[in-house]
Each structure stands twice: as C-alpha cells, then as structure tokens.
Design a binder for this molecule. Structure first.
Ligand code: KG4
Ligand code: ZN
Length: 350
C-alpha cells in the first residue's frame, strides 16, 4: 500500500454521521468530481427530529448505491481510488458505523489507506472548497443541527475549540421552534421561508449570552421563550395571541432575528479576541440568508475576509470530506481497527 498519494489517484469520501448518506469523489486539486447526497428527511419528518435506529437502517440500505452512483458520476471505477476518507466523529453511533464499515471494507479490499474525518472540521473545510485555495489561518464557525462551535484554525488540521453550545445547537433550536410552530422538519429552511412574511420586531426574544465574555452559546431558554409566546406562559392569566398564520410568521421572524444576533455577536467577539483576518463559516445554518447577509456586514465592518461554504456544501455532504487529502498528504492514515467516536468534538491541537 502506498502511504503517500500516488499521482492521478482519486479520493472517495463517505459521510453518514446523521441523516444524510453521502459519497463524493475528489481529485488532488480538491476538485469535486461527484457529490451524491441521499437525504432521509422524509423518514424522520413525522417525528420532528432524527430517530437514530431509522437513520442507521436507511444508511445500510443506501450506502452502496450512493457510493456506486458517486463513482459513476465521477466517471471513475474503484481502481481509480487511492484512498477512502470517512467521517468517524462526532455523530450518531449507528449511523457512523455504517459509513465506517463500508469505508474499511473498501480500504481492505482495494489495499488503499483509510482516513478518519472529523465531521465538524470537514464543515469548515467546505469553505476551503468554496475558495479554491488555502484559507488558513482563520476563525472557523460551524453552525449546524448538532453544533455551534467557534474555532481558532491554525491550519486545515489544527483546530482549537474556543466556544460551543452549553445546551441546544443553533440548528437544533431552529428545528424545535419549527415543531412548536407546527412547521415541517428540518425546521431551519421552513423558518427562514415563513419569517420573510413576518415582523422580526413583533416579539423581543432574549439574546442569550450576547453580553457575556465567554464565547459559548445557549439556545434552550430562547426556545422556551418561543414556546411560551406561542402557547402561553404557565400560570399566567394572559392568553397568548391566537396562532394565526401571521402570528406564526411574526414568531418565526422574531426568533430568527434573536438567533442570528447571538451568532453574529459571538463571531464578532471571536474575531476581536483572536485578531484573525479570515472568517470561515459552515454547517446547515450557514445556508440561512439573513445569517449570510449579517456575516457579510460584520466582515465588512471588521475588515476581514469572509468565506461561507457553498449552500449545497453547508448541510451534510461528502464533498467536504476533501479534508481527507490534507490527512493523506501528511501521512495521517488510520488503522483498519479504527472505531467511531460518536461524542468526540474536541481534537487536541497538533
Ligand atoms: O450541517 P447539517 O446538515 O447537519 C449537522 O451536522 O447537524 O445541519 C442541519 C441543520 C438543521 O438543524 C437545519 O434546520 C439547519 O441546519 N438548517 C437551517 C437552514 N438550512 C438548514 N437553519 C436555518 N436556516 C436554513 N436555511
Ligand atoms: Zn453536519
């Protein structure tokens, strides 16, 4: 097995950490030759969130067809592959295991290196893909369904966690608030859509931790504030306003404004604290238009370069597993007895 990337070989990246089964083929120049994502939203929608057992069963059914399609779309065969990258942490244990088992099998049969990807760091690497060039050092911000993490990224593989959520992640808050308002899962896109019809100043929701020196987040209190605004505060005499379509739109817009204020405020603090001149933003919530617009304003004000992942690379995908090239080029190859690390978020800086 060649431990350094041989010329002309391709990387196959596999992603199955939550409810998307995905595979991508990427060349050495980080060019994405194919990017196949099979989303399971339709399976989880009626539960208002991801059901782990359903997710892992669906990954099992889809993983091989998704890999085959990625190869076909890239006009490649397994013989063209030089290494397999796979998201091994963090995520749902059963879901991660399906991707890792497929990746190990391919690596073993083809006798090529296996590369372990940190899913959150890959969300930031999606910004490197959007830029098409080296973008480090930078502040990295991952705002997804599972994480709201701020990093000082010294290089594509040296991340120091500076702040994270103490309870719900921002995307999770979007999903739960959507459920309270009777909107579909995943809630982020639904709230964004309906908020366009609402008044963002209708309800002055709390901006948790906004004036706190820490770089951490807390969104569960905000979620409860939306619940009380929608259904009434327990023990209070006053009845809540009826949940008309306009009221739902007003609550969605007011909630979105509160979350975005906090995300932008913490980003601002982090840029100030680190002095970094580049800001990288990825994860599902980075698809949100208001957030993108406010990030652009912040970058202008702070005179930093802003790189947001392309919309299709914000939500879970395997193209961001191009991070595998960075590992491969450094010879950071994983053994075949590698296991998943569902809860591991923080990787010690190297
Ligand atoms: O990165 P991702 O696909 O999965 C995780 O790694 O968690 O993020 C999914 C999250 C969901 O919570 C979803 O509601 C949120 O991203 N999301 C959005 C938008 N699109 C997806 N949140 C706000 N606005 C959006 N347009
Ligand atoms: Zn993700």
């Amino acid at each position: 097995m060649s431990l350094v990337p041989p010329p002309n070989k391709l990387l196959l990246a596999i992603e199955s950490s939550c409810d998307e089964t995905a595979a991508a083929v990427i060349d050495r120049g980080r060019r994405v030759l194919s990017n196949v994502v099979s989303t399971q939203h339709e399976l989880h929608e009626r539960f208002g969130g991801v059901v782990p057992e359903i997710a892992s069963r669906a990954h099992l059914e889809r993983i091989l067809p998704v890999i085959d399609e990625a190869l076909r779309k890239a006009n490649a065969t397994k013989a063209d592959l030089g290494a397999i990258a796979v998201a091994t942490h963090p995520g749902l244990v059963g879901s991660l295991l399906v991707g890792l088992t497929a990746a190990k099998t391919l690596a073993l049969v083809l006798d090529i290196p296996l590369l372990a990807i940190n899913h959150i760091e890959a969300h930031i690497y999606a910004c490197r893909m959007a830029a098409g060039r080296d973008v480090f050092p930078a502040v990295g911000f991952v705002v997804s369904g599972g994480h709201s993490n701020l990093y000082d990224c010294r290089s594509p593989v040296e991340f120091q966690l500076l702040g994270s959520t103490t309870d719900d992640a921002a995307g999770e808050a979007f999903d739960k608030v959507a459920q309270i308002l009777g909107l579909d899962y995943p809630g982020g896109p639904q709230i964004e859509k309906i908020a366009k019809l609402g008044n963002a100043t209708a309800v002055d929701f709390p901006r948790p931790f906004l004036n706190d020196a820490r770089l951490d987040f807390s969104f569960s209190g905000l979620k409860t504030a939306v619940l009380y605004a929608a259904r009434g505060t327990p023990g209070a005499r006053a009845q809540p306003l009826p949940l008309t379509p306009q009221r739902i739109a007003d609550l969605a817009a007011s909630f979105q404004a509160a979350v975005v204020d906090v995300l932008i405020g913490k980003c601002d603090q982090t840029l100030k604290q680190t002095g970094r001149k580049t800001l990288l933003v990825g994860g599902g919530v980075a698809a949100n238009s208001l957030f993108r617009q406010r990030l652009a304003e912040l970058a202008m004000r702070r005179k930093v370069e802003l790189i947001i992942a392309e919309r299709e690379h914000c939500t879970d995908n395997a193209a961001m597993g191009a991070l595998g090239w960075e590992l491969w080029e450094r010879g950071w190859i994983s053994p075949l007895d590698l296991d998943v690390k569902p809860g591991l978020v923080r990787k010690p800086a190297v």
